[in-house]
Design a protein around this ligand. Structure first.
Ligand code: AMP
Length: 173
């Protein structure tokens, strides 16, 4: 599967100078979507994982498929203000802008191993924020997954210790 051909690229979105890698063009292509979910399952097949944390919004779609395949609990890391219950939160900076992610406190028990899933890893700030939440609650990051990696933004400096896995990397924009 040539994922590069499937992934839609939109220059100057959401602001000038950013090349946006749009994974929704994977979701509209069933063989590509199936390939991605199968590869994810293979990459973490030997990993002991107690649950999946999916990051809003495109991470939800990938994380839910993986969680169902492995029959694992799925919890959502949502943008600030969306979750109705008591939450733990972490703020972070994006390749473009600032954001806060929240998780329902009771969904994140301690002493568990979590796989954190998003669509793309740029600076690693988003995944690092969720990893911090996991560790603050006394749990462990079992792995990190993004379909796309942008290693030139040096995400390894933030999340390299979690051995993040990607299916396709782009070396520049
Ligand atoms: P970061 O926290 O810098 O690793 O940014 C990752 C998050 O921002 C992911 O949730 C992505 O969906 C989004 N993102 C950042 N840069 C891009 C990009 N160039 N194309 C598509 N999504 C991006």
């Amino acid at each position: 599967m040539d994922l590069d051909k499937v992934i839609r690229k939109i220059p100057d979105f959401p602001k000038p100078g950013i090349l946006f890698y749009d994974v929704t063009s994977i979701f509209t292509n069933p063989p590509a979507f199936r390939y991605v979910v199968n590869r994810m399952a293979e990459l973490f097949a030997l990993e002991k994982i107690d649950g999946v944390i999916a990051i809003e919004a495109r991470g939800f779609l990938l994380g839910s498929c993986f969680a169902l395949e492995r029959e694992l609990p799925l919890i959502l890391a949502r943008k600030k203000g969306k979750l109705p219950g008591k939450t733990v939160s972490e703020s972070y900076s994006l390749e473009y802008g600032e954001a806060t992610l929240e998780i329902h406190t009771e969904d994140l028990p301690s002493h568990k191993r979590w796989l954190i899933v998003d669509d793309l890893i740029a600076t690693g700030g988003t995944l690092e924020a969720v990893a911090k939440l996991v560790e603050r609650q006394g749990s462990t990051v079992a792995g990190i997954f993004g379909v796309i990696g942008l290693p030139f933004l040096n995400y390894a400096a933030r999340i390299g210790r979690y051995n993040p896995k990607t299916l396709i990397d782009y070396q520049g924009e």
